[in-house]
Design a protein around this ligand. Structure first.
Ligand SMILES: C[S@@+](CC[C@H](N)C(=O)[O-])C[C@H]1O[C@@H](n2cnc3c(N)ncnc32)[C@H](O)[C@@H]1O
Length: 673
């Protein structure tokens, strides 16, 4: 490397003094103090040794060298010598190597005033310039090692790293500021995220007023916020507020937003975790798809699909015989010809679970308006016999209409209170009990359920359901080809589902709960997991539906039959499902005046029916007199607290028949084929 023009004109520059570095530091706004020993030793190499080149502080280089120096590890290091040794003068050639070279005083004096240029020169030079012999490998200017751990940034400040270091400090300051800002934002965010949903004293008047004419958007927002709080109560609740305060607020808002009675809203809220409950309430506002079932007794799936598609109907196949349709299909020629029936998708499931076989004898205990009866008949290919029972004559009109329209020929319609059924007729291969219920699973179809179901309904209806289920079990022949009972409701309440199942298992040790073998669904709530299935409107776009399947493995012990007869007195007020049930054309069956069913001739049939009942009882080894006379001991043998309570107030079945409490003619049941 040759000597540059600068060296030629000015000679070799004087080695940089500590004073110079100190000046640079001060300019950079950094404290000017000692420099590492390595740099001092470099300075000692120049001929300016012993001269004071530090104009700013006037300290001699020697005095500086004499000071104890902090080592890299922060400990005070001993200076290598108290006095710098005079070094031999170096020629330009020596300096040109740039390593270990020195500068003449004269040359250096000319540079003192040109600090910026000097800094630039240094920054442009090789790092190794500052490496002293014996100090090992050159260090990167701002390596991670040069952290505060070794005594602070100032202690290692050099002319070479001053700009970089100040950049580093700036960077650190920026990082600190950014961290502080982030922390502030986080705190603000946390405060923003804690929703204020509880109505406090001051807001109370304000909060109540909007409920009179609710702002639905705000109400919805508050419901979402409350649920968010309940989901993460520890972090999102307001200080001092309890969970029950939030739940009470949520309940109030749900009643206002969705239009439920407080009783029902609370019941449903308690059924699910808050977020799932919200999904349930939302699903009840969502219309169900229109579903049609191909009546395979009259046509095939393919024929029906092509006929309807030719009429411009869009069909979506959702199952073997099932289509979803985009338009109502209650009055097409195919409908009138009985090629299909409009049916809720969930209605198929109990029939599939029952799995009736051709030639069997089936009882459909609560059958009107016949959606399931006609499907059972189709599954059995019009063979065997389905007894389609429903005590409601009005509803039976729709049932009979459907039976005729769909070309069903293996159904006998009868009108008993199904709690009487084991006494009327027994020995069925399979029994379907699609029980009267509160209808909490079909709110989307019948929103009146939101307000018309009371606490009393949730006591009396499950009571009837329990009686009906025992009747269903006792009507089945365990030794035949089946021995199966399917219990279903269109309710989501535990009282009507799991609790009824549990009651039946307790009262009838001769039945076992078995898998419904349905391809989808959700397990029930109780310990009978894997055996019962519950369909919620918000998990599938179906109505809420419960299906449980039992297998009867032996005869019902006589003692239990007697006790059932005695312990299950009829309620004074018969419980009927008050939910309007739509005919297959979606018109309430009550609205069909006259309908397809011609009505009953009570007087003509009365004697025949009474005789038939007595004969049936004799055949089953029961005393037909039980129909007329209440047993004296009936009250004494009740075994469930619920029934005991009821038995005190109610007349027994026999009494009810002999002396109706409503002043009407005694109820007579009859069958029509
Ligand atoms: C959910 S609906 C049945 C729907 C029918 N399975 C279908 O698929 O079309 C319940 C039926 O139970 C009937 N019911 C009410 N109390 C009854 C009782 N004690 N015995 C038999 N059926 C009863 C009602 O008249 C009503 O038609």
């Amino acid at each position: 490397m040759g000597v540059g023009n600068r060296f030629k004109h000015q000679g070799v520059p004087e080695p940089l003094s500590e004073a110079h570095f100190a000046k640079l530091k001060r300019k950079a706004g950094l404290p000017a103090d000692d420099v590492p020993e390595t740099k001092k030793r470099k300075a000692q190499n120049g001929k300016a040794n012993g001269k004071s080149t530090n104009k700013a502080n006037g300290k001699s280089k020697d005095a500086k060298v004499a000071q104890p120096l902090p080592s890299r590890n922060g400990k005070t290091a001993k200076p290598k010598s108290k006095k710098a040794k005079p070094e031999p003068e170096l020629g330009p050639e020596d300096i040109s190597d740039g390593i270990g070279g020195g500068f003449s005083d004269e040359d250096m004096s000319g540079l003192d005033d040109d600090d910026d240029e000097l800094v630039d020169d240094f920054l442009g030079s090789d790092d190794s310039v500052y490496d002293s012999e014996g100090e090992g490998e050159p260090r990167a200017m701002f390596s991670e090692d040069e952290d505060d751990s070794d005594g602070g940034a100032e202690e290692r400040l050099t002319a070479a790293n001053i700009v970089g270091l100040s950049r580093k400090l700036d960077k650190e300051r920026e990082e600190e500021e950014a961290a502080a800002e982030a922390e502030l934002q986080e705190t603000l965010q946390t405060n923003i995220d804690v929703p204020h949903v509880l109505e406090d004293g001051a807001d109370e008047g304000q909060a109540k007023a909007p409920l009179l004419a609710p702002d639905l958007q705000l109400l919805r927002q508050r419901i979402s916020d409350t649920i968010r709080v309940l989901d993460d109560f520890a972090n999102l609740s307001e200080p001092g507020a309890s969970r029950s305060e939030y739940t009470a607020q949520l309940l109030k808002d749900i009643c206002a937003y969705y239009g439920y009675s407080e009783y029902l809203a609370e019941k449903l809220l308690n059924l699910f975790p808050p977020r799932e409950a919200l999904a349930f309430f939302d699903a009840n506002e969502t219309p169900r798809p229109i579903v049609i079932r191909t009546n395979t007794l009259k046509t095939s799936r393919r024929e029906l699909a092509s006929a309807l598609i030719n009429r411009g109907v869009t069909l979506e196949p959702v199952g073997l015989q099932i289509f979803e349709s985009s338009v109502p299909l209650g009055a097409t020629p195919e409908y009138l010809a009985g090629h299909y029936i409009l049916q809720a998708a969930s209605s198929f499931l109990p029939c599939m679970a029952l799995a009736p076989q051709e030639g069997e004898r089936i009882l459909d205990m609560a059958s009107a308006p016949g959606g399931k009866t006609t499907y059972l008949a189709a599954l059995m290919k019009n063979t065997g016999c389905v007894f389609a029972n429903d005590p409601s004559k009005t509803r039976s009109r729709g049932l009979i209409g459907n039976v005729h329209r769909l070309g069903v020929r293996n159904v006998i319609v009868c009108n008993y209170d199904a709690r009487d059924f084991p006494k009327v007729m027994g020995g069925f291969d399979r029994v379907l009990l699609d029980a009267p219920c509160t209808g909490t699973g079909v709110i989307a179809k019948d929103p009146s359920v939101k307000t018309n179901k009371t606490e009393k309904d949730f006591i009396t209806i499950p009571h009837t359901q329990k009686q009906l289920l025992l009747g269903a079990i006792d009507s089945v022949n365990h030794a035949g080809t089946g021995g199966y009972i399917v219990y279903s409701t269109c309710s989501v309440s535990v009282e009507e589902n799991e609790m009824v199942v549990q009651y039946a298992l307790k009262k009838r040790p001769n039945v076992r709960l078995v898998s419904t073998e349905l391809p989808f669904g959700k397990e029930g709530f109780t310990a009978y997991q894997g055996k019962t299935f519950e369909f919620y409107p918000h998990t599938l776009n179906l109505d809420g539906f419960f299906v449980a399947k039992f297998h009867k493995i032996g005869p019902t012990p006589a003692s239990l039959v007697n006790s059932r007869a005695e312990s299950a007195p009829k309620q004074q007020e018969e419980v009927f499902d008050k939910t309007p049930i739509l005919g297959d054309d979606n018109v309430p069956s009550q609205a069909i005046e006259g309908g397809d069913f011609g009505g009953f001739d009570d007087d003509e049939d009365a004697e025949y029916i009474e005789r038939a009942k007595r004969n049936a009882m004799r055949k089953r080894g029961l005393d037909p007199k039980a129909l007329e006379k209440p047993k004296a001991q009936s009250k004494a043998k009740t075994d469930s607290p619920e029934v005991k309570t009821k038995a005190k107030g109610d007349s027994s079945e026999g009494k009810a028949k002999a002396k109706p409490t409503n002043g009407n003619k005694p109820k007579k049941n009859k069958s029509k084929a």
